[in-house]
Write a protein that binds this ligand. Structure first.
Ligand code: DHB
Length: 309
């Protein structure tokens, strides 16, 4: 049984897409919804549509991916319209990723979504690394504090945030202190890509993507240990909140690791980009087989039970 009860509902599994992957077009969102995924999240929306950064802006490697997409999206109204027509009766929650270019834009989107009165749940993105000149919000604790205080006034329900990866216990603790002041902040998604990596091609002696002279967000195998550290640390530091694990999931094994580290649900990014929505049924079957071999009948049986030495 891979079902997950959280956010006041039970969803049929624990896997869904990471925002940004297979979710910019309505046809992609519907392909995720009608796959073995247990939920759907849309591409990070800005208030107005964006073309994104110049190509090439995504590059696959043997160990994962580097991207600097630059928030190409159809604009908030497109995803709100999808949310108005979404089949909530299918039992798969719909999350809307919001990534305004300014705090005001995020507040306008949250207020508009609230006025629409839909069951869609916002995941506010505090961690886009790919807009030239715009630092990742989640690395600025003062601005993050102000943003969350404003979100509380703009949005009356439960919501979540997508965090960048942190690399120091002092930063885990400081961010947890901020997040714990917000009772309606129900979940945090850990992690966004490891920002501003550089993948070099030896043959051409060149960078592999065009924006930011080659700097981009890393996903895939590169990020799994960092993702697990963030999931485990925030699982311990945020009692009463759910952690959504994201980073390096390409089989049932990595999904199991994320849940063992404390994840309530698990998102798939780079692997979904490379394999398409068929990845969800494969990974779910592998996770079920691993659980059967270990004698676990539910995710609750091992969630957060990672052993230390
Ligand atoms: C993009 C990348 C991200 O990691 C993110 O959180 C939002 C947007 C992008 O480049 O489109």
């Amino acid at each position: 049984d891979l079902s997950v009860s959280w956010l006041g509902q039970t969803m049929p599994g624990c896997l869904y897409n990471a925002s940004g992957v297979w979710c910019r077009e309505e046809a992609e969102l519907e392909a995720v919804r009608t796959s073995a995924a247990a939920a759907v999240i849309s591409k990070s929306a800005t208030l107005s549509a964006r073309e994104g950064n110049p190509e090439p802006r995504y590059h696959r490697t043997a160990l994962g991916s580097i991207n600097s997409m630059g928030l190409p999206n159809h604009g908030f109204a497109y995803y709100l319209d999808y949310a108005r027509r979404y089949d909530y009766g299918c039992g798969k929650p719909l999350f809307l990723s919001l990534s305004g270019m300014t705090l005001d834009d995020n507040l306008i989107m949250l207020r508009t979504l609230a006025a629409a009165g839909l069951p869609a749940i916002p995941e506010v993105n505090l961690s886009c690394p790919n807009v030239p000149g715009k630092p990742q919000l989640g690395y600025d604790f003062v601005t993050t504090t102000e943003a969350l205080n404003a979100f509380d006034r703009a949005w009356p329900g439960r919501y979540g945030v997508k965090l960048p990866p942190y690399f120091d216990p002092a930063h885990f603790a400081a961010m947890a202190d901020i997040l714990n002041r917000h009772p309606r902040l129900a979940f945090v998604t850990c992690i966004n890509s490891i920002g501003n990596g550089l993948v070099v091609d030896v043959d051409s002696e060149s960078v592999t993507i065009k924006p930011k002279d080659g700097l981009g967000g890393l996903g895939g195998d590169y990020v799994l240990p960092t993702a697990l550290a963030n999931v485990r640390e925030f699982y311990r530091l945020l009692p009463g909140k759910d952690i959504v694990g994201c980073g390096g999931v390409k089989s049932g094994k990595e999904a199991f690791m994320h849940i063992l580290a404390g994840a309530r649900a698990v998102q798939v990014g780079t692997c979904l980009h490379h394999e398409g929505p068929a990845a969800f049924a494969r990974i779910a079957a592998e996770l079920a087989a691993l659980m059967l071999a270990k004698g676990y009948r539910s995710l609750e049986a091992f969630r957060g039970k990672l052993r230390t030495l």
